[in-house]
Design a protein around this ligand. Structure first.
Ligand SMILES: N[C@@H](CCC(=O)N[C@@H](CS)C(=O)NCC(=O)O)C(=O)O
Length: 219
């Protein structure tokens, strides 16, 4: 398998953490990726092969060994969960029973949080005079509501004994990590003691430690 990747992308980090937790990471070759930004569109080319494999041309994109291009992190995590089930009976990050539905409910909140963070990032890359205050405020309000809901649902973040973390737990942790990392975002911790205490533990997992976000000169 090949993964179009940058170390800054939270959606890509979700896939990498999932692959590591499932024991599949050593089966994936990384393809460091750049793409043209809207402002300065002509200055940075797409990484060779990305737009050809996935015309949406976003990361993460996974190329399977069967030549299928999967261009969305949720889909890639479902694929990896399926691969892991075939290779080792117990390994899963998506429950097979009805407990998957509350998991997906929390996942959608955490994934929406990532979308708002990345939307703010794109806006912050624009020249200051062209940024929309209304758009930025809408994303800030969405982020605040979603972190509040994660705090209210913190009991669902506890990992069941002997299990791997589920996909919602992985995604909440990545949203917390991204919020801490970007200096134009704000501290998610005040007023959310349960989320903070959980995140402090979760962020010590080897898969999280190995994937701390960072910018590269290329992307
Ligand atoms: N829903 C997609 C979102 C992926 C996404 O927004 N990726 C960003 C990087 S974090 C990207 O490729 N941006 C480049 C662009 O939009 O041109 C997923 O879950 O994979």
């Amino acid at each position: 398998m090949q993964l179009f990747w940058t170390p800054a992308s939270p959606f890509t980090r979700k896939v990498v953490v999932a692959a590591k937790e499932l024991g599949l990471w050593d089966q994936i070759a990384v393809r460091p990726t750049t793409w043209p930004l809207e402002w300065g569109y002509a200055t940075v080319p797409f990484t060779a092969g990305l737009a050809e494999a996935n015309p949406v041309a976003r990361i993460p994109t996974l190329l399977t060994d069967d030549g299928v291009a999967l261009g969305d992190s949720t889909l890639i995590c479902q694929y990896l969960n399926d691969r892991a089930k075939q290779q080792s009976a117990g390994a899963r990050i998506i429950p097979a029973d009805d407990s998957q539905w509350p998991m997906w409910s929390l996942y959608a909140i955490a994934d929406g949080l990532l979308e708002a963070q990345v939307a703010m990032r794109a806006e912050m890359l624009r020249p200051v005079a062209l940024r929309s205050d209304g758009f930025l405020q809408k994303q800030r309000d969405r982020i605040t509501r979603c972190f509040d809901r994660c705090e209210q649902r913190a009991a669902e973040l506890e990992i069941a004994g002997g299990s791997l973390p589920n996909l919602a737990q992985i995604t909440v942790a990545i949203a917390c990590g991204y919020q801490n990392w970007r200096d134009w975002l704000w501290d998610f911790r005040p007023g959310r003691p349960n989320l903070v205490s959980w995140y402090n533990d979760f962020s010590q997992r080897p898969a999280m430690q190995a994937t701390e976000p960072r910018d590269t000169p290329e992307a």
